[in-house]
Design a protein around this ligand. Structure first.
Ligand code: PMP
Length: 324
């Protein structure tokens, strides 16, 4: 934590972190990797400031809480066309691509590929033709293989599968790096950050160091395809149990369910607090659903071992037996 960010030691840490990340994701040479201090939320402003390029329209897809937050910020800068929304379905299923109303003149299309609170995940990548595809991958980044070249810009906050909070990562295609809108704060200029190798100011050195260790750890696990198999196994186990139980319920359409975030409700909500307290006593913590969703949520990111999900399912079975 005391290393100078301009010194050779930290230079090596930053270089290795970027190198390992590129290796894991097979990032093509025409994409730049930027380490930013803003959380994922900061990009809701940086994206329009950098990518509108004088245009006044952008497409946004609404699939849950986090994509909606991006829409609200996008509206500060341009006319937001909601190209698709599943609000009418109560955020229980992703909107079919054939129903998306994309504007071919839009500056970009923004969506969130894993809705952390609602528990939906895209297993497919929308084809937006020549309009750059911009994606918030915060809560499933590095949990599965992806094809970077399908995207114009990918961003992800660190505090799920990357490392401690205080960092976000952007992977952006070269041709989208242009001078931002007049008045853009210099730290929010993607082109400036890319040119300065993420060092327009002091980067979050400790967080980048930990992220670099995580990238090496993922490589040792066998890379992203091994990570994906691990996450499929955990989520299949949990959803499999939820689906055969009439005591618990997950309301998301099976093909659209997140492998990372599994929200569930008890049929009898008055038992929620008993469930949480009892789970806590069994060492099963952090299961309370997000304040906007209620109920429970098991976030089973990369670092959660299979044994963690085994233990949760065993506890849930026992709780059902005692209270069902
Ligand atoms: N997008 C998604 C998908 C998220 O899950 C979160 C945080 N949980 C955010 C954006 C906001 O991230 P931050 O708090 O780092 O700004």
């Amino acid at each position: 934590m005391e290393l100078s960010h301009r010194g050779p030691e930290f230079g090596g840490i930053l270089h290795d972190a970027e190198h390992d990340l590129r290796d894991l994701l097979r990032v093509p040479d025409n994409y730049r990797v930027i380490f930013c201090q803003e959380g994922a939320s900061g990009h809701w402003n940086m994206i329009p400031l950098n990518l509108l390029q004088g245009k006044n329209n952008a497409d946004y897809v609404e699939t849950g809480y986090w994509s909606y937050r991006a829409i609200e910020e996008g509206r500060r800068y341009c006319n937001v066309n909601i190209a698709a929304s599943n609000r009418i379905d109560n955020f229980c299923a992703l909107p079919e691509f054939s129903d998306w109303q994309l504007n071919p003149q839009a500056a970009y299309v923004h969506y969130c590929s894993n809705e952390t609170i609602d528990g939906l995940e895209f297993n497919w990548v929308p084809d937006t033709g020549n309009v750059p595809l911009v994606v918030d991958m915060s809560s499933h980044f590095l949990s599965r293989t992806i094809e970077i070249s399908r995207f114009g810009l990918i961003y992800a906050g660190a505090q799920k599968n990357i490392g401690p909070a205080g960092l976000s990562i952007v992977i952006v295609r070269d041709d989208l790096l242009k001078p931002p809108a007049p008045g853009t704060p210099f730290l929010m200029d993607y082109q400036g950050q890319a040119h300065a190798h993420s060092m327009l100011n002091t980067p979050p050195t400790f967080t980048i160091w930990v992220a670099g260790l995580v990238f090496k750890w993922i490589k040792r696990q066998g890379g992203l395809s091994a990570m994906e198999a691990h996450n499929v196994r955990k989520s299949d186990l949990l959803y499999g149990y939820l689906d055969q139980s009439s005591f618990y319920r997950n309301r998301v359409k099976p093909g659209d369910r997140s492998r990372m975030n599994v929200p569930f409700h008890l049929k009898e909500p008055s038992l929620d607090e008993v469930f949480l307290k009892d789970a806590d006593a069994h060492g099963l913590t952090q299961l309370r659903g997000h304040r906007v969703a209620g109920g429970m949520r098991a976030s089973i990111y990369n670092a959660m071992p299979c044994e963690g999900v085994d233990a949760l399912v065993a506890f849930m079975k026992d709780f059902e037996r005692r209270h069902g």
